[in-house]
Design a protein around this ligand. Structure first.
Ligand code: ATP
Length: 134
């Protein structure tokens, strides 16, 4: 089976680099499935899970938006944050979810509401990736 190199990078440094058979992710324009030999492209990602398929099984990573760059033999994901399930602190994500829900309930301004909404999405995404809930 052909593979492509996938590299996930955040401002804190590299999170992962390895060879995979397929990358599935959620761009702003919709779901993408990328196989080796894909045409070059760049796409913005949503707060979502990236799925990486290897011969022995699959891996998943929670990303909080960012960009995907595709070349025929390489996929680079640049994200503000990216965590493997083992790196996700479930209590922290639960607390972040509750905080965001409270902020949305006590809406102060549109900007605060939008920020809380994004924080809620990040927290739910982390909980879903941790629990393999898709
Ligand atoms: P919090 O309010 O808990 O900080 P957040 O969504 O505002 O959550 P981010 O700004 O997305 O946090 O991330 C800041 C840093 O903290 C990143 O390095 C990210 O990987 C890490 N991080 C955030 N939440 C978690 C979590 N639940 N488990 C592990 N790492 C986390």
């Amino acid at each position: 089976m052909k593979t492509l190199t996938v590299s996930v990078v955040t401002p804190d440094g590299p999170v992962l680099e390895d060879a995979y058979e397929m990358v599935s992710c959620k761009a702003e324009s919709g779901e993408l499935g990328i196989l080796p030999g894909h045409i070059p492209m760049v796409a913005p990602l949503t707060i979502s899970a990236v799925r990486l398929k290897q011969e022995g099984g699959s891996e998943r990573i929670a990303v909080s938006g960012g960009f995907l760059e595709v070349r025929p033999d390489k996929v680079t994901i640049l994200a503000q944050s990216a965590e493997k399930p083992s790196e996700i602190d479930i209590d922290r994500a639960r607390r972040a979810k509750e905080r965001a829900e409270q902020r949305m309930a006590n809406k102060q301004s549109d900007i605060d509401f939008r920020r809380a909404e994004l924080a809620l999405k990040r927290a739910i995404n982390r909980l879903d990736v941790k629990n393999n809930n898709f």
